[in-house]
Design a protein around this ligand. Structure first.
Ligand SMILES: Cc1cc2nc3c(=O)[nH]c(=O)nc-3n(C[C@H](O)[C@H](O)[C@H](O)COP(=O)(O)O)c2cc1C
Length: 213
């Protein structure tokens, strides 16, 4: 019981953040998840940005937890945190915390789930509960053959209909040896799109301040 209380406090305390912009990074089971440590480092270099990560179980195979400079949440945290009615629900706390959600990489499996409203893990629950007035960016990443399957285009347009913003994948030689479209956008591209959205959020919050003066 004492152990449970400790986990509970640690998990919730890490959502007390000092940054002006709170960026939640979602990471799924694509080989491009190897880039998570670099992506987090570069996001943290943006002024006032605070970062948290939500991971799927399969994504954990691709990065070293110790190299990621932000708190990482996974399914286990969701279920350890909630024991009784008065306890917070992690996917709701995360959607409240974040100003912007960027899913990088978004693999074919989670793309399929999100486009159909499925929410069977922490990451997809955050997506399903997401406040669509806030930006949700997604960076598809998959093998070219998966990318070319006709269902991919349908599912990507579904996400765009929901108001989510695609950061398109690029063509290059993939880790599996195939060459073609399906590689995740470069980290520098992702950072610049996040930056553009943060500028818009700054302007909106400035306008709100001006109105209340
Ligand atoms: C080595 C390896 C690399 C993979 N790379 C990708 C990938 O780049 N894109 C993709 O859509 N799936 C990829 N997969 C398959 C996903 O990991 C698999 O569909 C998994 O169920 C995804 O689970 P998640 O969406 O819950 O993270 C890869 C699998 C392995 C074993």
């Amino acid at each position: 019981m004492q152990q449970d209380k400790h986990v509970f406090c640690q998990t919730v305390d890490s959502l007390n953040s000092s940054g002006s912009f709170r960026v939640l990074v979602g990471v799924t089971g694509s080989v491009a998840a190897l880039k998570l440590p670099v992506l987090v480092d570069q996001l943290l270099q943006l002024p006032g940005v605070d970062v948290r990560v939500v991971t799927t179980e399969h994504a954990k195979h691709f990065y070293n937890h110790a190299e990621v400079a932000a708190k990482i949440y996974s399914d286990q945290d969701e279920w350890e945190l909630w024991k009784q009615r008065s306890d917070p629900v992690l996917h709701i706390e995360l959607r409240r915390w974040a100003d912007l959600f960027v899913i990088a990489p978004l693999d074919a499996n989670t793309l399929g789930k999100i486009s159909n409203g499925i929410c069977d893990n922490l990451l997809t629950c955050v997506v399903r509960a997401w406040d669509t007035s806030r930006p949700l960016l997604f960076c598809p990443a998959m093998n070219t053959a998966m990318w070319l399957h006709p269902i991919t285009a349908q599912q990507i347009s579904r996400l765009k209909e929901f108001g989510y913003v695609e950061i398109p994948c690029i063509s290059k030689k993939l880790v599996c040896g195939d060459e073609g479209k399906g590689a995740m956008a470069e980290v520098s591209t992702i950072i610049s799109v996040v930056e553009q959205h943060l500028h818009v959020l700054t302007e909106e919050s400035q306008q709100k301040t001006d109105i209340t003066k």
